[in-house]
Structures are given as C-alpha cells and as structure tokens.
Design a protein around this ligand. Structure first.
Ligand code: PMV
Length: 343
C-alpha cells in the first residue's frame, strides 16, 4: 500500500502598513506595487493536506464545512503548481481552520494560502526555500506571500514578467521591536466586494491610479527606515498615510468602494485623539470595516479602554507580532468530506 502523503502547517495572518492595492498581472497575481506588513501572533490558520491516488478531486474543508466551489478552485490552482513541481497527480484533501473570523478583512486568505503551500510542500516532500513558498502562496492570495515570514516583512513588487522575483522577504524579527496590535472587530460578515474585484475595478476606473503607483516606492522607503530606526511616530505617520491613501483610491473607483462602517471611522478618530495626547498608537484598515491599532506595549490598556465602548465594536483582539509559517507534525489521517471524524 502506498502511504498517504500528509503535511500540516500553521501560518499567521498579517496586516499591511504600506498597502498593496492593484495588480500588474491578474493570472500570476503580480502586484502593481510593493507592500510592507507585520505578521500577527494570535490570528492563525492551521491546515492539513493529504494527497492520495484514490482521491479523484481536491476537496477543501474550511472551518469544518465544505468550502464554496470558488474557494476550492483557488486551492486547486495553487496545489497544481506544487503537484507539477513534485510530478504528482493525486487529488488532495485539505482541512483548514481559522481561529478568527474568515473573509472579513482580517487576512484569512493570507494565513490560509501560506499554510496551504507549506503543508502541501511537506506532504509532497518538496524542499523549498521560504522565498519559493512565498512565490507560491502569492498565487493564491497576494498578501499570503508575506505570511511566510514573521515580524516585519516586505513584499517586493518584482519586475519579471514570470513573477519569480515577486516574493516577500523578512525585514526585522518580532523580538527586535515587539509592537502590539489591538484589532477592533466591527463586523464578522464577509466583505461585500472582495479585494481582487476591488483592485481591478480601481485600476480600471480611478483617476488616481497612476499617482498611487508612482508614490509607493517613496512610502516603502520611509516605512523601512522607520522600522530600521524603530521610530514609532515616523512609522505611525507613513502607515496611516498609506492606509488613508489606499481607501481614498478605492473610494475613487467607479462605482466607489467603501469598506468602512461608522464604527471604523469612530475608532480611527479615537486613535488619532490618543496619539495627539501622547499615546504611541496608530491605525490601519484593510478591505473591510475592522480597525487594527498598532501600539507600543505600554499603550495597550489605553487603546483597549478607548475602543471598548465605541458603538458597533463587537470584539477586541490583542496580539503581538508573530513568527513565520511553521510546519507541524501531520497527525491522524483526514476524515473525507461528509463523513464524521470517528467513522
Ligand atoms: O491579498 P489580497 O488579495 O487579499 O489583498 C490584500 C489587500 C489589502 O489587505 C487591502 C492590503 C494588503 O496589502 O494586505
């Protein structure tokens, strides 16, 4: 009997401080701009992959339920790249669990695809370098390229048409500058317009698209310097600038994309008031209504106090900066979709 090829991995979500918005190649998922992020310790995806010759099609279980066809197709697309490299053909059973709300602007696709490529590479016995995993994860979701690494991470736009130079790289490990993040969850509903659709609409219709691309390198330089100097205020200013600029760009698409709720705006105002009063905190917001507040450890209590009574805030998640993707010991065989765990 051929032993089943199993792999398992945990990858953490990340949030961009200098935002990625827009693609230069949709098929290869190549970004129009570079970006810079932090990996979050307490928000993760655990994924197990099992390839087997008797599995006809890929099956994808997300949070214990069969995933939508579109999500399974994206998973298969990435698995095909790994199967090609390994010269393997069998289908895979993929079981993924997020310990935080899925598809709601908390980067579950980032942690999800980073965990998927690491688990599948282990299952297929492919010994890939982290930058290669990053290139593969990018094909599932752009921001997943960054979740391969921990701490402060930069994803280079790359110049090559084949995308092989468009992967993430670590800038600084978490222990160098152990910032904290308070996530204000204002809705656990999936976002109305996904990031890929939002990005293509924006580049196709916003009058500001060229300006966005033109200024990105300067923003990245500023953020990188702020991180290397551990200059909190400089990082706060460039991060809020990049966040507001990305949303202004998205709003200027036709029809305009508006990812914020009233609670999002109120949280941003409160964070600005805290910083004006000398508290080391700044906000960032992705393609959803959640607000992520980055702060120094000494400021966490004040940030939590300032956000906890904002109408519409349903949950506050506190986290530090986390490690890159970790391969885990694949344990028991996976239960096929539709059968119970003990069948
Ligand atoms: O990786 P995607 O395709 O989900 O796009 C991520 C887009 C933003 O989260 C809004 C920005 C970013 O750089 O993560």
């Amino acid at each position: 009997m051929i032993p089943a090829a199993r792999g398992a991995a945990r990858a953490r979500s990340n949030i961009a401080l200098v935002k990625y918005w827009g693609k230069r190649d949709r098929a290869l998922n190549l970004p129009a701009v570079g970006s810079l992020s932090i990996t979050l310790d307490r928000l993760w995806t655990d994924t197990r992959v099992e390839f087997s010759a008797r599995q006809q099609h890929d099956e994808f279980l997300l949070n214990g339920e069969r995933a939508a066809a579109e999500a399974t197709t994206r998973v298969s697309l990435v698995l095909n790249l790994l199967r090609e490299r390994a010269g393997q053909r069998g289908g895979a059973l993929v079981e993924s669990t997020n310990n935080f709300p899925t598809g709601a602007g908390l980067a579950s696709s980032a942690s999800g695809f980073a965990a998927l490529v690491a688990a599948a590479a282990q299952a297929l016995n492919l010994r890939l370098q982290p930058f290669e995993l990053s290139t593969l994860a990018r094909r599932g979701s752009g921001s997943a390229a960054r979740s391969i690494f921990g701490g402060f991470v930069e994803w280079r736009r790359g110049e090559r048409a084949d995308g092989l130079d468009s992967h993430a790289l670590p800038i600084r490990p978490p222990r160098d500058w152990p910032l904290q993040v308070v996530v204000a969850v204002t809705s656990t509903e999936p976002k109305p317009v996904g990031s890929s659709t939002g990005m293509s609409r924006t580049l196709a219709s916003s009058p500001f698209a060229d300006a966005w691309i033109k200024h990105q390198e300067a923003d990245l330089d500023q953020a990188r310097s702020a991180i290397l100097d551990r200059d909190f205020l400089a990082l706060a200013e460039i991060s809020e600038h990049s966040c507001l600029k990305m949303h202004a760009l998205a709003m200027s698409a036709q029809p305009g994309l508006l990812y914020w709720s009233a609670a999002t705006v109120e949280c941003m105002q409160r964070v600005r008031a805290l910083r004006a009063a000398g508290v080391a905190a700044f906000f960032t917001v992705d393609a959803g209504p959640q607000v992520k507040v980055v702060c120094e450890a000494a400021a966490v209590t004040q940030v939590v106090a300032a956000l906890s009574d904002v109408p519409g805030v349903v949950q506050l998640i506190e986290t530090g900066l986390g490690a890159g993707v970790e391969v885990m010991e694949p344990t028991a065989p996976l239960a096929p979709v539709g059968s119970s765990a003990c069948a």
